[in-house]
Design a protein around this ligand. Structure first.
Ligand code: NAD
Ligand code: UDP
Length: 338
């Protein structure tokens, strides 16, 4: 089966391509390279053992998307392409709505024209807003606290309406918790441009000497040590979740919604200490004030995915931090330019 992977040279997309190949699928990548580098491709080839088809294109270009979908005999689409930085979305909401909402609508329009009716969409735990309790199940109320979150929520709602009107489509919304870690080879990993927004790439850059210390945003939350608690999931487990979705609900018409998380919550201090163990160094850190829009704690109830998709996260905190460190220490500046 041929799977179009939009955003396939990005962090989660590149790891998913490896797992797709392992599972016997043929991924075809479309990416406009606005947040990834072409030098990811030879790395994927090294791990997979063969070349992978890559087309540089923008998902907002409908004609190009129809040509690609038809020209490559695509059976299903995994749609990762989009913008993901919360702070940037507050400053540039229009760009986020255009890429994430208009991009997805253009893609499904192109799929409709090419008569391809299976889609897996990258959603996020951000659609739960500030949840009333934890763990979070898929039927919790949804809300948005920033333009990035709103773009995910609006797309979820558009896809829900679209699927209702087109009941023979299979659309799966995967709500990711906090992806971390890297491919165990150390060849693929997370390579944020500029100052990392997310905790783990920031910690990794401190460990490798690119930054001085980690600022911990808040130590007065009602959590076990006062720092924020999240459900960190190894990116390889997340990638496997897409294969499970393709296999178990891809062939079934309907709107399918799943949390992809581990069901465990770790605090910022837990993560820093785990990373210290992995890299054998002390990670300097300082307490700072809370980051606006942050919530105290957020972790998944992943039992629906376990039951329907026969999937659960397998890799523990040690593997997350060891793999992240392998990537960061062997690629201190991230991927080469070309
Ligand atoms: P990423 O930025 O590494 O990958 C996204 C890729 O999409 C990049 O390679 C970028 O060049 C490409 N892209 C962006 N706009 C495009 C467009 N219009 N046309 C074609 N390509 C385009 O991000 P990621 O961490 O791999 O995230 C993948 C998806 O998962 C995103 O939709 C993101 O919102 C979602 N998600 C990510 C996280 C996270 O913490 N990483 C959490 C929840 C959800
Ligand atoms: N965090 C932090 N310092 C940083 C980045 C993040 O203390 O430099 C905290 C943040 O407040 C949250 C947790 O780490 O409690 C995870 O943040 P991240 O941005 O990685 O994910 P998200 O907030 O989207 O869940």
């Amino acid at each position: 089966m041929k799977i179009l992977v939009t955003g396939g040279t990005g962090y989660i997309g590149s790891h998913t391509c490896i797992q797709l190949i392992q599972a016997g699928y043929t991924p075809v990548i479309v990416d406009n390279l606005c947040n990834s580098k072409i030098s990811v491709l030879p790395r994927i080839k090294r791990i997979a053992g063969h070349e992978i088809t890559f087309i540089q294109a923008d998902v907002r270009n409908k004609e190009a998307m129809v040509d690609i979908l038809q020209g490559h005999d695509i059976d299903a689409v995994i749609h990762f392409a989009g913008l993901k930085a919360v702070g940037e979305s507050v400053e540039h909401p229009l760009e986020y709505f255009d890429d994430n909402i208009h991009g997805t609508l253009t893609l499904i329009d192109a799929m409709r024209e090419a008569m391809i009716k299976r889609l897996i969409f990258s959603s996020s735990a951000t659609v739960y807003g500030d949840p009333a309790s934890v763990p979070i199940t898929e039927d919790f109320p949804t809300s948005a606290t920033n333009p990035y979150g709103r773009s995910k929520l609006i797309v979820e709602e558009c896809l829900t309406d679209f699927q209702k009107a087109n009941p023979d489509w299979s659309i799966t919304l995967l709500r990711y918790f906090n992806p971390v870690g890297s491919h165990p080879s150390g060849l693929l990993g997370e390579d944020p441009q500029g100052i990392p927004n997310n905790l783990m790439p920031f910690v990794a850059q401190v460990a490798v000497g690119r930054r001085e210390f980690v600022s911990i945003f808040g130590n007065d939350y009602p959590t076990q040590d006062g720092t924020g608690v999240r459900d960190y999931i190894h990116v390889m487990d997340l990638a496997d979740g897409h294969i499970a979705a393709l296999q178990h609900v891809g062939p079934k018409a309907g709107l399918h919604v799943y949390n992809l998380g581990t069901g465990n919550g770790y605090s910022v201090l837990d993560m820093i200490h785990a990373f210290e163990k992995a890299c054998g160094k002390t990670i300097p850190h300082q307490f700072a004030s809370r980051r606006s829009g942050d919530i105290a704690e957020c972790w998944a109830d992943p039992s629906k995915a376990k039951q329907d998709l026969k999937w659960s996260a397998k890799r523990n905190l040690e593997e997350m931090t060891a793999d992240a460190w392998r990537w960061q220490s062997t690629n201190p500046q991230g991927y080469p330019e070309d």
